[in-house]
Design a protein around this ligand. Structure first.
Ligand code: C2E
Ligand code: MG
Ligand code: MG
Ligand code: MG
Length: 285
């Protein structure tokens, strides 16, 4: 190819690159605006006690209602927020929105003091001492009991963490909030780590139960993971339960809590009262 041709090619592609860059920076600006002006919204997915069907809590899952693109899911914009340095602002927005929502459910007597809201925390949040202050402040301003707030951290965030992270974990624990390792089984947390971390529960990643109900060797694996988690003095929550059969097998193996489309998809907060009213007899507060 001649030099002229190469230059030609360059000219053809340059506008596309520029366009992509412009779209991305526009998206970042949109996200910045969304965080400031309630363009984000939280959906809530129940966590269910397997033995009784009681909704023991909900996980807050953020969505971005973009003015022209419609709903954008967190897997798409959380990484963008990380790159653009907006993750702390986003994390604070989620924290405040979720705990205030919990307070209003408590005030309406929709839930009792065993009910918890789970909030996903980024590695960046964990590395910031300001975040501990934010948690302390939102608990103070809402009067919500700290045990009713559970922070979900991925094992990657925890295990990759440095000394400061461990201080933050201890600091958060000191506030009395619950701490849970999310997506357990996908990262590389060593078992010795699990014993030493100041956490209460692990949420087992849904990849560990996808074969449940079809793969005959899967229940033994689930039983082994459950045993391992309990040997470390922790309890497990099972994520991604999609069928009655899966729920039944987990219950049969002695698993306590689960979450997944079989029980409910994540729903907007106005559907939570209905969902709570739908619980089996005796499971209501
Ligand atoms: P995660 O914390 O592991 O959340 C579980 C994800 O699995 C959610 O996706 C949920 O909708 C989905 N899910 C629940 N039940 C089922 C099921 O039965 N089958 C299948 N296939 N999927 C199920 P979502 O809402 O798209 O969130 C994706 C991830 O984005 C979350 O994974 C979490 O890591 C992150 N995320 C969500 N909200 C926040 C947030 O407020 N802050 C931060 N930092 N991250 C968030
Ligand atoms: Mg989670
Ligand atoms: Mg998870
Ligand atoms: Mg996940």
């Amino acid at each position: 190819a001649s030099k002229a041709e190469g230059q030609n090619r360059l000219h053809r592609f340059e506008p596309a690159l520029l366009l992509m860059r412009r779209l991305r920076s526009q998206l970042v600006e949109d996200l910045r605006a969304a965080i400031k002006s309630d363009g984000l919204t939280l959906y809530y997915q129940p966590v269910v006690e397997l033995a009784t069907g009681r909704v023991e809590g909900v996980e807050a899952l953020v969505r971005w209602n973009h003015p022209t693109r419609g709903f954008i899911m967190p897997d798409e914009f959380i990484p963008l927020a990380e790159e653009a340095g907006l993750i702390s602002e986003l994390g604070l927005w989620v924290l405040r929105a979720a705990v205030h929502q919990l307070r209003s459910w408590i005030a309406a007597s929709l839930v009792d003091n065993r009910f918890s809201v789970r909030i996903n925390i980024s590695a960046t949040d964990l590395q910031s001492l300001q975040f501990i202050e934010d948690v302390r402040n939102v608990l103070k301003e809402t009067g919500v009991r700290p045990e009713q707030v559970v922070l979900e951290l991925t094992e990657v965030a925890i295990v990759k963490g440095n000394e400061l992270d461990r201080y933050s974990l201890a600091g958060l624990r000191g506030l009395g909030v619950g701490i849970e390792i999310d997506d357990f089984g996908t990262g590389y947390s060593s078992i010795s780590y699990l014993r030493r971390l100041p956490v209460d529960r692990v949420k087992v990643d849904r990849s560990l139960i996808t074969g449940l109900g079809t793969d005959p060797s899967q229940p033994a694996l689930v039983a082994a993971v459950l045993q391992l988690v309990r040997a470390c003095g922790l309890e497990a929550v099972w994520e991604g339960v999609e069928t009655a059969e899966q729920a039944g097998i987990l219950r049969g193996l002695g698993c306590l809590s689960a979450q997944g489309y079989y029980f409910s998809r994540p729903v907007p907060p106005d559907q939570i009262p209905l969902l709570l009213a739908d619980q089996p007899e005796g499971a209501n507060p």
